[in-house]
Write a protein that binds this ligand. Sequence first.
Ligand code: AVJ
Length: 324
Amino acid sequence: MQPAQIVSLTLRDQHPRAVDMREEILSGLRTAQKTLPCKYFYDTRGSKLFDAICELPEYYLTRTELGIMETHAANMAAALGADVLLVEPGSGSSLKTRPLLDHLSRPVAYVPVDISRAHLLDAANRLNRLYPDLEVLPVCADFNQSFEIPTPRRRASRTIMYFPGSTIGNFEPKSAIQLLKRLRRLSGSEGGLLIGVDLRKDKTVLENAYNDSEGVTAAFNLNLLQRINRDLEGDFDLARFRHHASYNADEGRIEMHLVSLDNQTMHIGEECVRLRENEHILTEYSYKHTLTGFAVLASKAGLAVQQVWSDDRRWFSVLYLSAV
Ligand code: AVJ
């Protein structure tokens, strides 16, 4: 065993303020269809539960995408070119980034951007040890809001936004286009976007991925209420809710809910929230795309598909897009 190296990482903190979270959550619970923004899943416990989801036999996404990355990283690195600045919004554990970092030619810096501060620092420290020559510049931010990309020591040939994990699946088409436009702008005219997109497939495979037999996804979903209790002085009783996830084939998306088991009144600080028996709180959409459908979406954001990599079953895809 090597002794732990002393690393000095500076975290750029652009984390949204707690009041913003409170307002956003309350306004979501005041609409006819109650909703909770899925980005709030990722507190420290939620990020850990998500990592556990990625290991589940039913959750094919991470495994399949990592396989694609490992098989095609050399090709991807060639497409991206040398001396790139690699920015990853929603980097989490930066799991899928390693094959890319292993193959990129002289990357100028890696900028992981994540809303979970502890998780981000862990991942950044790990990468710093694994890639001592790479400048790692973590930014703690909600990538849905504007954030600043730090300037690396060395000048980059171009900025590549790396957006793996089918995170884009959380966005309804209109917001997905808006987000893709922002990512295009952030990467600049010479830049590009490497994005992981989950594809449509058999309904049973999809529903099993969001209803695992160990109940980890249920715990991940319910943790959102736990988090509200802790961070916003809530009094949700987790035992009075159940997890529900189903595939809506017409819309091409998994819909995840928390279902109230009875009529109940909860509080968030001073505010009251009432739920009827069987009322659903929508917590997440997870869109599944077709390759042609996604190309159309991307074109509406001014992006053109340059290359597509996939697995043998065509369950997942990684696309390289650039500004038209
Ligand atoms: C991180 C958004 C890609 O939609 O599959 C996993 C989150 N939710 N299980 C997904 C998630 C339930 C995940 N993304």
